[in-house]
Ligand binder design. Structure first.
Ligand SMILES: Nc1nc2c(c(=O)[nH]1)N[C@H]1C(S)=C(S)[C@@H](COP(=O)(O)O)O[C@H]1N2
Ligand SMILES: [Mo]
Length: 331
């Protein structure tokens, strides 16, 4: 990643997020000895140029055919915000780093491997991602653990369909996910300061019943087209009732396993980020409240639409998955 001296005219983190929270999340990394370098780089101005008419991004998104979701009356977050304000630490820890650093990310060819405790392991190649299962649009709220949220029209298919094709064995109890590890393409994997101190590859996990829930979407597109790299091209998970970090990007492997798998943020700071990570306004992060969130919708980057956070991010239909569990302890 190149060094750039910050001009006063450049946007700062504070201009695009009012969160002392966001700073705090990075303070924990800084206290662990990570983060810092990329905060000084701040090539924000260029990030916004990706959307000017005369500056065509190198990354080509394909139009998708899908069954559209007409059920959701919420105000959808403008596409340019959902695709320019991202967390994807493989490409840097600033919100504008992914759009800035990921445009030459090469996702074709791609191989997504489905293996582990299954009777029929298989692989899906790039074209197959868009054709193997009928695509559906799902308009979901995405609630980041940093207390901001968006409403995004994703396109994908229920993860359950893929898992069923693999024919899980009786001993399979969890599903483990892994992001691509490719330090040549991902600056955050070459340099611990750029990548926030994460031990890559980024890994995530779900209990099998969570993975099989119809809301859990294996996602290949948004806003009518295939995913851009900053949102996790070519295939990522979206679990709308959990904090955003569960929705792992650029997946290369999905394994059915017996034991609860390690997950990236839980490994990095276990007292702050749990395995379950269900959105829960009554369980605060140790360093900030989770009772409300900043909804990023219209009104410019400075809009501050503070709304109450809902249990399970409003997806109450998942409550039965957690019957009898102490969600204060299993956060
Ligand atoms: N591999 C990988 N997946 C990731 C992340 C990441 O840094 N690396 N960030 C997570 C976090 S914290 C959030 S909030 C969402 C953001 O998704 P979006 O940029 O598409 O809104 O991606 C999640 N998936
Ligand atoms: Mo997040």
């Amino acid at each position: 990643m190149r060094i750039k001296i910050k001009k006063p005219s450049d946007l700062t983190d504070n201009d695009v997020t009012d969160e002392s929270i966001y700073k705090n999340r990075r303070q924990v990394l800084r206290s662990l000895g990570y983060v810092g370098a990329s905060a000084l780089l701040a090539p924000h101005a260029k990030a916004f140029n990706w959307f000017s008419d005369d500056d065509e991004p190198a990354f080509k998104r394909r139009p998708l055919t899908y069954q559209s979701d007409k059920n959701d009356p919420q105000t959808i977050t403008p596409e340019d915000k959902a695709t320019s304000y991202n967390n994807f630490y493989e490409f840097g820890t600033d919100k504008s780093d992914p759009v800035e650093n990921a445009q030459s990310f090469n996702v074709n060819p791609w191989t997504l491997k489905v293996d582990g405790l299954v009777n029929k392991p298989f692989s899906i190649d790039f074209d197959n991602l868009f054709t193997r299962f009928p695509l559906q649009e799902r308009i979901y709220r995405l609630r980041c653990v940093e207390a901001w949220s968006m409403v995004i029209p994703w396109i994908g298919f229920p993860l359950a369909q893929l898992i069923k094709q693999a024919d899980p064995q009786g001993s399979a109890k969890y599903v483990a996910f892994q992001t691509l590890r490719d330090p040549k393409q991902m600056p955050g994997q070459r340099n611990r300061f750029v990548g926030g101190g994460i031990d890559y590859p980024y890994v995530e996990g779900l209990r099998l019943d969570e993975a099989m829930h119809d809301l859990t979407l294996l996602t290949v597109g948004l806003y009518g087209k295939s995913l851009p790299p900053q949102n996790g091209a070519p295939v990522r998970l979206v679990v709308p009732w959990k904090y955003g970090f569960k929705s792992i990007k650029s997946i290369v492997r999905i394994s059915l396993v017996e034991q609860q798998p390690p997950t990236t943020w839980n490994t990095l700071a276990p007292h702050e980020y749990g395995f379950y990570a269900n959105v829960n306004p009554t369980v605060d992060h140790p360093r900030w409240s989770q009772a409300s969130e900043r909804r990023i919708t219209t009104g410019g980057l400075l809009a501050r639409n503070r709304i109450a956070t809902q249990m399970f991010n409003g997806y109450e239909e998942v409550a039965s998955l957690y019957a009898g569990m102490d969600l204060r302890r299993l956060y």
